[in-house]
Design a protein around this ligand. Structure first.
Ligand SMILES: [Fe+2]
Ligand SMILES: [Fe+2]
Length: 324
């Protein structure tokens, strides 16, 4: 496939994608990044010492997590420069903006991603489990408050999730799959029956344009196996069922820090892509997508510490199901 990543309509001439397949007139160009795990000097309270935040801090300071993310700020600066040089339509962020879910970390993550700057890039964001590290930070909507400019869209009533953004001729549908968990070893997610019900209603209300689903939690891990129970999405089967009936043709997620792709399979009737962690040392990945008429061009980009820049690591094409 010759779906160029140059945002220029002339690239459509004489390519297989120029045929009118499902009515999409122009390609849509997206960046997909995830799991940036920003840290910031934050104010601890007594109750934090008895929460999952404390074990998260031990993991960060003693068991090497902080070391693995030691260049986060520098890498995010390079990443945003790379994204801005490409004139993409939107950024999809699939969660884990923070390490410990502190509001200060949310604010810094939003600043590093340029959400509130004069040349802020359009985007769509869902929270990760680290952004809901405690029940208190989830209840106070710290993530939603700091990422509000990337949470605009069609929704059901006043409920924040799910919501859908129309980008060109495609819908990108954001689902919150993260919940606070009390036990230190519990990293499970859950969409919940109420949100699933609203997702069904939202799908019914959207026009017949291609639909892309975004969550933090994966469908499968890189090997194709199911995620371990203590890290898995509790109601994955229900979400898969609603997504399939809602004619989703692509699922984007984070949570896992490796970049990987699963093609359509008998149990998952659409391709699934994980962006990997944009900032974990040695992994440093994000993806660019070009979507047009049932074709998806994927370009995996990786940070090179030698040049201080992101470079193309790999590219491939994917057929998307459904004609609209
Ligand atoms: Fe993560
Ligand atoms: Fe996560």
């Amino acid at each position: 496939m010759n779906l160029s990543f140059v945002k220029d309509d002339t690239t459509l001439v004489d390519t297989p994608l120029s045929r009118p397949c499902d009515g999409q007139k122009k390609p849509v160009f997206l960046a997909h990044l995830s799991d940036i795990h920003v840290t910031a000097h934050s104010a601890w309270t007594k109750s934090d010492l008895f929460s999952k935040r404390f074990t998260g801090w031990i993991n960060l300071k003693i068991f090497g997590r902080g070391f693995r993310f030691r260049n986060t700020n520098e890498i995010l600066n390079a990443l945003m420069k790379d994204i801005k040089s490409q004139n993409l339509d939107s950024i999809v962020f699939s969660g884990d903006a923070t390490a410990l879910g502190f509001e200060e970390e949310m604010a810094k993550a939003a600043e590093l991603l340029g959400l509130n700057g004069p040349d802020a890039h359009p985007g769509l964001a869902v929270p990760g489990n680290h952004d809901y590290q405690t029940a208190s930070c989830a209840a106070q909507n710290h993530f939603e408050n700091h990422f509000s400019s990337w949470q605009k869209g069609e929704r059901i009533g006043n409920h924040i999730y799910p919501f859908a953004q129309k980008i060109g001729d495609i819908w990108v549908v954001a689902v919150n799959s993260s919940t606070p968990n009390r036990l230190p070893w519990d990293a499970r997610g859950c969409v919940g029956s109420d949100q699933l019900q609203r997702l069904k209603m939202l799908f019914d209300q959207l026009d017949d344009c291609r639909r892309i689903l975004v969550t933090h939690y994966p469908v499968k891990i890189a090997s194709g196996q199911k995620e371990r129970k203590i890290r898995a999405l509790r109601d994955l089967d229900s979400l898969l069922n609603v997504a399939t009936k809602g004619k989703v043709s692509l699922w984007l997620h984070g949570h896992r820090h490796d970049q990987f792709y699963h093609p359509t399979s008998p149990d998952v009737p659409f391709p699934v892509l994980c962006a990997g962690s944009a900032t974990q040392n040695g992994k440093w990945s994000y993806s660019r997508y070009a979507i047009l008429n049932g074709k998806l061009g994927v370009e995996c980009r990786s940070f090179n510490p030698g040049t201080g820049l992101f470079h193309k690591a790999e590219s491939f094409d994917v057929d998307l199901p459904y004609t609209y």
